[in-house]
Write a protein that binds this ligand. Structure first.
Ligand SMILES: [Zn+2]
Length: 166
């Protein structure tokens, strides 16, 4: 038997103002993206913004439904929109934030496993890591370079996907 230990690395900034300019600008886009949230059930608004290599910004927000499983997270709304419309323009970074009137959010929210899995697929597809910026109002900002930091055992089988090299 061999026991293994994994380590992840991420950067923490105390406030948005410590981030570099492109990172800050993308966070402001994620805040704007929350305006599109349809969250009458959870009252938890989530916004995601993607910055593409061309400079184009894509917004996503959580879309709930009275038939609960029919809804979708902000990250996947943005990522699937990218996949359907802009897949030839690589994603450089994704910023995610959340807000609610029901309680205080004092730590960045992290993406669910399904969103991370989709992010992983698109990272492989474009063959370059996606910077992930998680933040909340007046709280710290977490920055990771690529989905591997979150999901080291992500499911991937390259023999099932001939589009991906390496
Ligand atoms: Zn999710």
């Amino acid at each position: 038997m061999t026991e293994h230990q994994l380590e992840i690395t991420f950067k923490e900034y105390q406030t948005l103002t410590e981030l570099d300019k492109p990172g800050r600008a993308l966070c402001l886009e994620a805040i704007k993206a929350m305006q599109g949230s349809h969250s009458p059930y959870s009252k938890f608004r989530v916004g995601a913004a993607l910055r593409l290599q061309s400079g184009k910004i894509i917004h996503g927000s959580n879309q709930e439904n009275v038939a609960y499983p029919s809804g979708l997270c902000a990250e996947r709304v943005a990522l699937f929109y990218w996949g359907a419309n802009h897949a030839d323009d690589p994603i450089e970074a994704m910023a995610v934030t959340a807000a609610t009137d029901e309680f205080e959010i004092s730590q960045p929210i992290t993406s669910c496993g399904s969103c991370l899995q989709v992010l992983a697929e698109f990272e492989k597809k474009q063959n370059q890591p996606i910077e992930i910026i998680l933040f909340c109002n007046d709280g710290p900002v977490w920055v990771m370079n690529g989905v591997d930091s979150f999901l080291p055992f992500l499911f991937f089988e390259k023999r099932l996907n001939t589009e991906v090299k390496g």
